[in-house]
Design a protein around this ligand. Structure first.
Ligand code: FE2
Ligand code: FE2
Ligand code: FE2
Length: 184
């Protein structure tokens, strides 16, 4: 894996930064959800946090030949309050990635013929669409004081595809067999 053009490399670094922070933020909010009596929403945060780790890993690996320090500017969401507000922060972050960040990064990678970056951005964009919906469903439950269901949450370690319950044989985003999915 490699990247040749500076603009796509900058976008990979920024996306790596954003995904790294999302990973950490979801673990923190997941602990809060569990402590607040919403253990299944806690698992959702942890599962999606693992998906964000997969995105960060993919971006990092495309950059693997870009050795050296870099200052990274990346979008970050702050706030650690009620479960409904934390879920709103999660939804806002995912929607920013879906509506603006990843479409722009993906078009740039296409323009610059950066095949590896295209794949990394494509995987993330498709998984974030699912994350936004899962967090919205969880917020709807939390607004009524309810947790989500207790079915296992499965996450593809290659692309970050996430599903509640066991529904697919192959990952619908990257095509890998479900045997490699991690469950939460
Ligand atoms: Fe992500
Ligand atoms: Fe996400
Ligand atoms: Fe996948």
């Amino acid at each position: 894996m490699a990247v040749n053009n500076a603009m796509t490399a900058d976008f990979l670094r920024s996306a790596y930064g954003g995904e790294s922070m999302a990973h950490m933020r979801y673990l923190i909010w997941g602990d809060s959800a569990e402590q607040g009596g919403f253990p299944n929403i806690g698992r959702l945060f942890r599962g999606v946090g693992y998906a964000e780790w997969a995105h960060a890993k993919n971006h990092f690996n495309v950059l693997k030949q870009q050795v050296g320090d870099s200052t990274v500017a990346a979008g970050a969401v702050f706030g650690h309050t009620s479960i409904v507000e934390n879920l709103q922060g999660a939804i806002n972050g995912e929607l920013h990635e879906i509506d603006q960040m990843y479409p722009v990064y993906l078009e740039t990678a296409k323009f610059q013929e950066e095949k590896d970056a295209q794949k990394s951005f494509h995987y993330a964009l498709e998984a974030e669409k699912i994350h936004a919906k899962l967090f919205q469903d969880a917020q709807n439950a939390a607004k009524d004081g309810k947790d989500i269901g207790s079915e296992a949450i499965y996450v593809c370690p290659i692309c970050g595809f996430t599903e509640i319950g066991d529904h697919v044989d192959h990952c619908p985003i990257c095509g890998v067999k479900k045997d490699v999915f991690k469950s939460f």
